[in-house]
Design a protein around this ligand. Structure first.
Ligand SMILES: Cc1ncc(COP(=O)(O)O)c(C=O)c1O
Length: 487
């Protein structure tokens, strides 16, 4: 078995001293250089240990002052309770409010270069495996010529489907290549499932908040939403039974791993409860797993599709976050009649996803380099997450709280009482930083006191600068403006 890395041993030591009460809230830790000298390790090792504990919410870095034991009454928190959702009762709404404005802002081509954006769910563009992809595309064209450029079968390139079925085995999911459908991104898979399984006016269940692409696809399909709150164990499944009986939803869409936008992972107990409930109500589940392979901590929990009773779960994943989004390649796994109905809609929608791209990805999957690339991306994203968490602790005023994600791209920030996220959005723009206002992620929209921050798309220095600007914007919003003199 591999030895525990040194930084983790140091982290465990400090964790133990905090748990034993030897180190108390607000107490300063030894300076990195001093502790490294004392333990006979490199400074980087101590830095990594402190970063890990900061990410866990046990320590906080204060600018120019050092590292302190965190006060649990403020700052990062592991989910814990209803503050993550901002509402206790499920939201049942007849109209999904458009999340399109946030997306349009995120995709604006005229952004100033000095503007720092935490808004788009983009992975780290500076890490894209451009060379690997170029080799795979060239090889496909060289070896297959025009054969790589025709119409593909609607379900996708057969060797790619076989490779995906093999890949899924590594995640504990047993699937035949015949159950896989290659899609144009996870977004298309979500839309296809909605089109295949619902009619306008039907109810659909989601987490609340949830990924705004899910809300958009629901809105486009004219369905009504039941938004179930989350806590630190994921969707509050216990609240579902009466809603299922009353509204008879046709589909439940969930992001159990590294949820967007909260970063929360659903517990095993909740997963089992959800499967049991879905089975007894004949409710199909769509498990969205765009981020599940981007993990930085925590204990992985089996996918819903891999659990007993999960055979009818529609599993959706994508290459957008683990490789690059511009390929527009995702896939879904569905069995029996669900597979047949979704395939029919896919054929009507775009006939098939791009044949050359499918061949290139297939070659990338076969190469070991993709595995090592994923390890590099995960390590870098973890560094960026830690940089974001440390900056939030440094720059945000008391009263702000945020989640500590075990993976994915997002930190979910609860603003101090009384702060409007839309006002903060505008103030942040004036400071040259773009954040996603929380209302975009709720089925009933509004202006709940949250913002979502993507930490993966910027290097750590830009994250620190962006969060510094966000802290300034938040202070602007919190400080009452000087009264204008009476005319
Ligand atoms: C949870 C989730 N699913 C799907 C997507 C989009 O995936 P794709 O680019 O494969 O359509 C995103 C992008 O932000 C996401 O956050």
């Amino acid at each position: 078995m591999a030895a525990e890395p040194q930084y983790q041993r140091i982290a465990a030591l400090v964790r133990g001293r905090i748990a034993a009460g030897d180190l108390r809230a607000g107490e300063r830790l030894p300076a990195i250089r001093a502790l490294a000298g004392e333990l006979g390790v490199g400074r980087r090792t101590v830095e990594e240990a402190y970063a890990e504990l900061t990410a866990e919410g046990l320590l906080e870095a204060r600018h120019g002052q050092g590292t302190f034991v965190a006060d649990p009454a403020r700052g990062p928190a592991r989910g814990s309770g209803p503050w993550v959702s901002g509402h206790r009762e499920p939201i049942v709404t007849s109209v999904a409010v458009s999340a399109g404005q946030v997306l349009r802002e995120a995709l604006r081509p005229d952004r100033r270069p000095d503007q720092i954006s935490f808004i788009l769910g983009a992975p780290a563009a500076d890490l894209f495996p451009v060379g690997e992809l170029q080799r795979a595309l060239n090889a496909a064209l060289r070896e297959e010529g025009a054969g790589a450029l025709g119409y593909e079968a609607t379900e996708g390139y057969a060797p790619l489907r076989a490779a995906l079925a093999h890949h899924l085995l590594g995640l504990g999911i047993a699937a035949g290549p015949d159950e896989v459908i290659v899609t144009s991104g996870a977004q298309q898979a979500i839309d296809l499932a909605l089109r295949a399984l619902t009619r306008p006016g039907d109810y659909v269940v989601t987490e609340s908040p949830t990924y705004l692409g899910i809300l958009e696809a629901c809105e486009a399909n004219g369905v009504r939403l039941i938004g179930v709150p989350l806590d630190d164990a994921g969707m509050e499944v216990e609240r579902l039974a009466p809603l299922l009986a009353e509204h008879r939803p046709k589909l439940l869409l969930t992001i159990p791993d590294c949820h967007n936008p909260t970063g929360i992972t659903m517990s095993l107990a909740r997963r089992r409860a959800l499967l049991a409930l879905a089975r007894s109500h004949g409710l199909p589940i769509l498990e969205e797993d765009a981020y599940g392979e981007l993990r930085y901590g925590g204990t992985p929990v089996p996918r819903l599709r891999a659990l007993p009773g999960g055979e009818r779960v529609i599993y959706v994943s994508s290459f957008s976050k683990v490789m690059l989004p511009g390929l527009r390649l995702g896939y879904l796994l569905a069995s029996g009649d669900l597979h047949r109905r979704i395939l029919f809609v896919k054929q009507a929608s775009d006939r098939a996803s791009g044949s050359l791209v499918q061949r290139a990805i297939c070659r990338c999957l076969a190469s070991r380099r993709l595995r090592s690339y994923l390890r590099v991306v995960s390590r870098r994203c973890r560094e960026r997450r830690d940089a974001m968490l440390a900056a939030l602790a440094r720059e945000l005023p008391p009263g702000a709280r945020w989640t500590v994600p075990d993976g994915g791209l997002w930190v979910w920030v609860r603003l101090p009482d009384g702060v409007s996220a839309l006002a903060l959005y505008a103030a942040a723009l004036a400071h040259g930083v773009v954040v996603a206002p929380g209302g975009a992620y709720f089925p009933d929209g509004g202006d709940p006191p949250f913002v979502a921050l993507n930490f993966a798309a910027q290097p750590p220095e830009r994250i620190a600068e962006g969060v510094r600007r966000l802290g300034l914007a938040l202070r602007d919003v919190l400080t009452p403006r000087a009264q204008a003199p009476a005319p």
